[in-house]
Design a protein around this ligand. Structure first.
Ligand SMILES: [Fe+2]
Length: 250
């Protein structure tokens, strides 16, 4: 004889009998990561020092950015794009760099042709290793993202003329993710990197001071800006070298 009451349910009361409640959404990861230099340093540990020296030394061989329209150039750069799938980095034909006016109030809407990356940089294992490692640290999903743009940029400052890493002010780049890697900072003060939420409230501030210190951000969820640079006290010339890697859908 069953001990079950006459109207007892066949199944215990479970969530299936509750009113439909949406599954809790998976919380989004923070829209950026700030990596100390150890992350990329470790990734590059197996590469010959000579190759690393050639890579960082290539920032001494950047042509002036002719789109700045200043009396004397303070920004120097090269640019290249790559298909990046399965950890393989394949150079794409050289072309212009274009940003919409909605994201770049200074240069938006104007195709900008920068000098191409040097072959040794574009096809070297240093860049390939850096891009793979940055990919591993993108702060969010990666489905469909198969292309990246690589910028080598030097900004200089003299006693009479500060340098502007981001003349467009607080902005987005128009990509999915952007990695900002410090390569070299010499006799510079300033260059505070700041991230903002979409209401332009600051969410992170940092001065990148150690080579390979890196910020990787979700360009759709945060804005970014960098304050001008000036020569450090007691000097009359400062240099800040950055590697920027944009990740987007091809
Ligand atoms: Fe930017």
């Amino acid at each position: 004889m069953s001990s079950r009451p006459p109207h007892a349910p066949d199944q215990p009361a479970t969530a299936s009998r509750l009113p439909d409640v949406p599954e809790p959404a998976t919380p989004e990861p923070p829209p950026f990561v700030h990596l100390g230099p150890g992350t990329l340093t470790s990734a590059l540990a197996g590469i010959a020092p000579e190759r690393l020296g050639e890579f960082t030394g290539s920032w001494h061989d950047l042509p002036a950015d002719t789109h700045l329209n200043t009396a004397s150039p303070y920004r120097f750069r090269r640019y290249g794009t790559f298909r990046f799938t399965g950890g393989h980095l394949a150079p794409l034909p050289h072309g212009v760099f274009f940003q919409d006016r909605s994201v770049n109030k200074v240069h938006g809407g104007v195709p900008r042709l920068f000098a191409p990356l040097r072959e040794d940089v574009a096809r070297g294992e240093v860049l390939r290793t850096l891009v793979r490692t940055l990919w591993d640290h993108l702060p969010g999903p990666r489905a469909g993202i198969d292309t990246c743009g690589v910028h080598q940029i030097r900004v200089t400052a003299t006693a009479g003329a500060e340098g502007h890493p981001a003349p467009e002010g607080v902005h987005q780049d128009g990509h999915c993710y952007v990695a900002q890697v410090l390569i070299r900072r010499q006799d510079v003060r300033g260059a505070e990197s700041c991230l903002y939420d979409l209401r332009e409230q600051p969410v992170h501030r940092a001065v990148l001071t150690r080579p390979l210190e890196t910020v990787v951000l979700d360009d759709r969820r945060v804005l970014h800006g960098v304050s001008p640079i000036r020569p450090a006290p007691g000097t009359d010339f400062g240099t800040r070298d950055m590697l920027l890697v944009d990740f987007f859908t091809g």
